[in-house]
Structure formats: C-alpha cells, structure tokens
Design a protein around this ligand. Structure first.
Ligand code: HXC
Length: 514
C-alpha cells in the first residue's frame, strides 16, 4: 500500500470513529434532554450551509492516561455557515467527549475559528456545554482559556460575539461568554458557575443544586449574566436568528435594511400613557406604537425590569431602544438598571446602531441598599455610556424626567442630537410633592391649614415646572410634539442623522466606571 493510500485509510478510519461518536453522543445527550453539537449547529444555521473544519485535530496530552485516549474532534465542532443568509463562524462543545472540557487542542480549534471571524468580519457564535478547563491537561488548558479570553477582548466591538449556554458550564466555559456581547440560556438545560457544586461541597461543606447555584432563571433574573431566556433549545435558536437579523456583521457595516412597515394600528400613544402622572403603564406598548410592525426584540427582559432595552426597526433600519419602565419601581435608575443600559448603549455605539431613549422616571433610587451596592459607581456608567456614544441619539421625554434621571437619560447635556417632549412631560429637579415640601416647608408648617397650604403649593409648583415648556424655552428640548406626530419626528431625525460624524479628542481609551 502506498503512503498516500495508507494516509487516506488512516484518516477515513478517524472519520468513521467521529461519525460513530456522533451517534453515541446523540444517545447520551438525548438522555440528558439535550441536542448534540451537530444538531445544535445545524438547527441554528441555514440548511446545508455548515462547513466543518479541523475534524482530525487531536490532543497531545500524556498525563493521567490521556496518551491512550482518543477524543474525536477533541470535543468541539468548529466551522462556518449562514444564518438567514448572514455568514457566521460557529463552534459547539460536545459534553459527551470528556465533559466538553477544554484542552489545548480544543482551545486551538476555537481560537482558530475566532481569528477567522475577526479576519472575515463576521459574527462568532459559541455553543458552550463544558466542564471548563480539562483537568488532566493542567496549565495547558488554562493557557487555552487565556488565549480565548484574549481574543474575546480583542474582538469586542469589532464583530458581534454570541454565547449560548447549553449544559453545565464551569470556569472558563462561563468566563469566555461573560466577555461576549449576548448570552443565551435555556430553562433546565443551562447552568453557569465559576465553581460547581462538588467544589462548593469540598471547600465550604455546603450542598447546593446546580439549578439553584446557576440555572437559567438565576442568570436571567438575578445575576444579569444572561441576555436571552428560552424554554427550549429550538426557541433559543429562533431567538439567535432574530438577533442576528438586527445586528451588523461587523463594526464597519450597517445592519441589514428591511422593508418598511407601519406600526400596528391598535397601538396608540395617547391610549397608553395614563392622564394621572402617578399611574404606571408598560413602556413596551409605547415602543410598539412607534416601531415598524410594532416589532421589538427585548434584551435582558427578566433582569432589572425597571429599564427596558432592545432592538426595533424604524423605516427598516435597526435602532437600539432604552426606555424607563414605569411599571417596575416607577422606572427608577439603580445599580442593575444602570449596568444593563450602560452596556447596551456601548454595544449600539460600537456597531453604529442609533439610539432612541424613552424617558419617564422619578430619578435614581434612594436608600442605604443602593448606596452600599455602589449606585454612585454603577449609576455613573449610564452617564458615561451616553456621553461617549457618537451614534445618532434621539430622546423623547414621555412624562417624568426628574433630577439626575433627567440628565442621565440621554439629555441634551449628554449629547443627544434631538430631544422631543410630549405635552405630558414634566421636567424638574424633583416631583411636585417632594419639591413643595422642601421649598415651602416654612409656609406649610406655619399655615393655619397645613394640608390646604401644601396642596396649593404643590399646584403652584406643578403649574410652573411640571411641564416641558421651561426646558423648551431654555433650548434643552428641541420640540414639544403631539403623540400622533412622534414617529414622524423620530423618522425624520434618523433620516437627517444618517451621515452624522462626531469627533472626540484623541486618546488611547477612556476609563469608564467599570
Ligand atoms: C476533565 C471533565 C471536566 C473537566 C467534567 N469532566 N468536567 N473532565 N476536565 N473540567 C468529565 C467528567 O470526568 C465526566 O467524565 C464527564 O465529564 C461528565 O461529568 P459529570 O461530572 O459526570 O457530569 P455532571 O454531573 O453533569 O457535572 C458537570 C460538571 C462537573 C458540573 C461540569 O463535571 C464539574 O464540576 N466539573 C468540573 C468543573 C470545574 O471545576 N472545571 C474547572 C474550572 S477552572 P466521564 O468519563 O465520567 O464521562 C477553569 C479555568 C478557567 O475553567 C478559569 C477562568 C478564569
């Protein structure tokens, strides 16, 4: 047999082993209620578009009997394909091969596909189902993760990076996702932690389930590590496809333009905002009144719900929306909502996605909990992110814009290009009740009827400040517009800002209040 024939024979046997492993993986993953690496990739990508690379790469580890272990694909499938015609680089770890753990060869397959994604200027999707650094490979697996983290960071703001958590993921298998732009989780399947229950039991002597420690709900609702929550893997893949349709391939391109659609006629702003300024409403209904086809892809829906962030289209073009949610904590800014909005604003700015800000909030949340949790440091993130952003910035004051909240929610002073207010807007240092109690304290306490005096002073203050006209007279509001004219004003602002250029002093980088 010639050398060439022997090589072909050798590699075709490896291919057969890999195919057999795929079949065995299917049985093992099905038992765990999970899809295989191949099924996952093929479900996300357009039919027949997946091209796999590096099938034959093998580990060179020798310790702990590794020299006798053949790990097909070294536990990770990598390649390229399309999502609704958008090219992407993709990898999926295979939990059935050494727990999807990351050795050096496994890591090198991932870093190679990451380098491709950056060079080709296309999004990277990583499907994580891994126990983290492969323990048997020691420092080599740590090196592998280090090289991935480095690339995640270098690629940040250059190409969109999407992480999908589809199994029990530990250590590096969650730190790499933390460095990416969007993290997807699936109920009951996704688990994320730095150290698993076994380690916690050994070190702390505490018994805790994986679900309690870092299940999909924990990271969607409490920690804020996850951006999208799904009930099933298939639902998760549909969410990924939708997200990819909204974002550009890289930071030098615009997101794909879609055919223009009008908002659905059953959404009317004046029916959504209650007459009484203390009555809550759902800001997402306002978004539906304004956006093409009333379609909104909400990000981090279940975390810090007092602020709403996500993508919509206006005249077919992608816009990032940030809106206070009066339905939750009256829409206040706090530690978590500032983190949530600040990061989203920076994503939009990095990828040239204009920002629309919808304002209705009483200010920053007061109290010892927030102060001790660092509301000064975290709250500053939103100020920083808006001030730093040079994409077109359009702000609409729907109702309350009080105090620090007025400034923080992309006011003129933080560089908004266009600020509109509805006639229902109230722009002041604080709400009429609080303001009257402070500035008319003496008159109220000395009055024969303090309650009547308080009412009168609240009314006086309301007449004077709880409207948009003082701010408009100062030039801080560009126009007070009727609700039915608002979409037209936003569309026009976006149209004339299409070639916006805003230069800043040269610097290596700023120092945001991380
Ligand atoms: C090698 C591993 C592994 C690992 C799991 N396996 N994790 N092999 N290295 N890190 C193997 C198991 O030996 C087992 O092999 C198979 O995968 C399935 O694992 P189980 O424990 O049976 O599965 P399960 O009960 O579902 O638990 C999954 C798990 C647990 C929670 C992930 O395996 C676990 O806690 N693993 C260790 C996690 C960890 O501490 N990783 C290192 C993190 S440090 P067999 O042959 O029996 O099927 C790190 C460095 C980066 O990642 C730090 C970031 C800054």
């Amino acid at each position: 047999m010639s050398l060439a024939s022997r090589l072909i024979d050798f590699f075709s046997k490896k291919k057969t082993v890999a195919d057999e492993t795929d079949a065995q993986s299917k049985v093992k993953q099905q038992k765990l209620g999970k899809m295989t690496a191949r099924e996952r990739i093929e479900s996300i990508l357009d039919e027949n578009s997946f091209h796999e690379y590096d099938l034959f790469i093998e580990h060179k580890a020798e310790d702990f009997g590794m020299d006798k272990k053949f790990l097909p694909r070294d536990g990770v499938m990598t390649g390229t394909g399309d999502i609704v015609g958008h090219p992407v680089c993709i990898y999926a770890q295979d939990f059935t091969i050494a727990g999807g753990s990351l050795g050096l060869a496994h890591a090198r397959k991932i870093t190679k596909i990451m380098d491709h994604a950056v060079k080709l200027g296309i999004p990277l999707i990583g499907i994580n189902d891994s126990g983290g650094a492969r323990i048997q490979e020691g420092v080599n697996s740590l090196a592998g993760y280090g090289e991935i983290f480095y690339r995640n960071t270098i690629a940040s703001g250059v190409i969109p990076q999407i992480s999908v958590i589809l199994g029990p993921c530990a250590g590096g298998a969650v730190y790499s996702p933390a460095l990416t732009d969007f993290v997807f989780v699936v109920d009951k399947i996704s688990k994320m932690f730095i150290t698993g229950p076994e380690v916690i039991k050994t070190v702390l002597g505490e018994e805790i389930s994986m679900e309690e420690l870092g299940g999909a709900r924990v990271h969607s609702e409490i920690s804020g590590n996850a951006h999208f929550f799904a009930e099933s893997e298939q639902e998760c893949f549909e969410q990924i496809k939708k997200l990819v349709s909204f974002i550009p391939w890289n930071n030098s391109k615009k997101a794909e333009k879609f055919p223009v659609k009008q908002p659905k006629s059953n959404y009317v702003i004046s029916n959504v905002i209650p007459k009484e300024s203390t009555v809550p409403y759902d800001v997402r209904d306002i978004i539906k009144c304004l956006a093409d086809d009333s379609d909104f892809l909400e990000v981090q829906e279940h975390f810090a719900a007092n602020i709403v962030i996500g993508f919509a289209r206006f005249n077919g073009e992608t816009i990032g929306i940030v809106g206070n949610q009066p339905m939750v904590l009256a829409g206040v800014l706090d530690v978590d909502s500032s983190d949530k909005a600040g990061r989203f604003i920076r994503f939009c700015n990095a990828f040239s996605i204009p920002l629309l800000t919808l304002v209705d909030l009483p200010g920053y949340l007061p109290g010892i909990d927030q102060e001790h949790a660092g509301v000064i440091r975290h709250g500053a993130k939103i100020l920083y992110a808006y001030s730093e952003a040079t994409v077109p910035k359009i702000t609409v004051v729907l109702r309350k814009a009080y105090g620090g909240g007025y400034i923080a929610m992309c006011s003129k002073h933080l560089g908004a290009d266009f600020v509109f207010a509805l006639p229902s807007a109230e722009i002041a240092v604080m709400g009429p009740e609080g303001a009257a109690n402070i500035i008319f304290k003496k008159e109220i306490t000395e009055a024969l009827d303090p309650d009547a005096m308080r009412k009168q002073k609240v009314e006086e203050y309301t007449q004077k400040f709880a409207n948009p006209y003082k701010a408009a007279a100062a030039g801080y509001i560009d126009a007070v517009v009727a609700p039915e004219e608002l979409r037209g004003h936003i569309l026009h602002s976006l149209h004339i800002s299409a070639n916006k250029v805003e230069n800043r002093p040269a610097k290596k980088h700023g120092i945001p209040p991380f």
